[in-house]
Ligand binder design. Sequence first.
Ligand SMILES: *Cc1c(COP(=O)(O)O)cnc(C)c1O
Length: 376
Amino acid sequence: MRKKTQLIHGGIARDKHTGAVSVPIYHSSTFKQEGVGNFVYEYARTGNPTREAVEALIGDIEGGYRGFAFGSGMAAITSVMMLLSAGDHVIITDDVYGGTFRVMSKVLTRFNLEFTFVNTSSIEDIEKAIQPNTKAIYVETPTNPLLKITDIEAVSTLAKAYELLFIVDNTFSTPYWQNPIELGANIVLHSATKYLGGHSDVVAGLVVVDSEELGQQLHFIQNSVGGILGPQDSWLLIRGIRTLGIRMEEIEENTKHIVDFLLQHDAVSKVYYPGLVNHKGHDIHKKQARGFGGMISFDVGSTEKAEDLLRRTKYFTLAESLGAVESLISLPAKMTHASIPAERRAELGITDGLVRISVGLEDVEDLIEDLAQALK
Ligand SMILES: *Cc1c(COP(=O)(O)O)cnc(C)c1O
C-alpha cells in the first residue's frame, strides 16, 4: 500500500459492529463483561475502540509494531521516558523542542535520570557522550527553529553497537515524509497537535514502537501512568491524518515558492530550509526523507524589525504551534525559546531577529503578497 492509500485505509478503517466507515466516538469509560474476565475492552484507560483505531493507524503509517495515543506530545514523551529507570543516562539533541528540554532538565532529573545535550548532527559528539550508564539516544530531526539535521541511519548504527534505545521525535517531518523506524529507530514519537491533527483543534501525542517487547512495556506505562488520549480527540486525530498526504504535498509546494521569495528579498539576511542545497545536512535529509516540510526560519536582523513584521502580517497568524491549515508566524527568541538563556540562544544561533513560519494551505500568492507588504 502506498502512503496516501495507507493514510485512508490503514489502521481500523471501519467499525466492525456497524460497518460505519468513520470509526465512531466510543464515549464509554467501561464495558460490560460477558462473565468475570471475559471481555474485549475492560476499562477505557486500558483500552478504548476509538483510541485503538488511531493507535493502529499511526502504527501502520510509521511502519512500526504498535502505536499509542496520549493526551499531548509532552505526555507521550514523558511516558516514553518512563521506560527508563533512576540512574540511567540519555543523550539528547541540544536544540530539542523547549517543552522537551524543560521536562528532561527540570522534572525527570529529580528522578535521577541524567541527560547530556549534544549536537546530534555530529555522530562523533554523540559517541563521545556515551557513558557506562547510557541507555538511550533521543533525537529530533529537523530541529526547531534552525532545522538542523541528524543522520537517523548513522545514529541507529551507533545505538545498535552500544545496545542503546534510539528514540526519534518525528513531528516536523511527519510519517508522510520520513519513517525513522524503517531507518533503524526503536521508538518514534509525535506531537500530533501539529501536522497529524493539522487543523489547530486538538492537542495529542502519538508513539510507535518497533517490537512486541517495547509494545508491552509501553502499554504497561500508558495504563499505569494514564496520560491517554480521549475518544473525541482520537476521532479528530483520525480525521486529520486521513488528509495528511494531500496537505503535506500542498504545503511543500507553497513552501518552495515562499523560500524563493525570501531568498531574493533585501530585508532577509539568512534563510533556513532543509530543501536548500546549501542548508547544512541537506544531503542527509534528502537521503532519509521524501520531502522537506513546511517550516522556514529567516533572519531580519533585529528584534524591532522582527516584531514589526509580526505585527503587520494578515494571513500569517502570530501564534505558537505549527503544522496547521493556517500559516503561522513566530519569534523564537521571545516566544518558544524565551526560557533559554540569551547566551545559550546565541551559541545555538537563535538570533533576536530570527522569524519562524509554518506554511499553511492558503493560496501561495496571498501568502507572498502578505510577507511582501509586511517586510516593506
Ligand atoms: C509541540 C511539540 C512537542 C510537544 O507537543 P505538545 O502536543 O504541545 O505537548 C514536542 N516536540 C515537538 C517537535 C513539538 O513541536
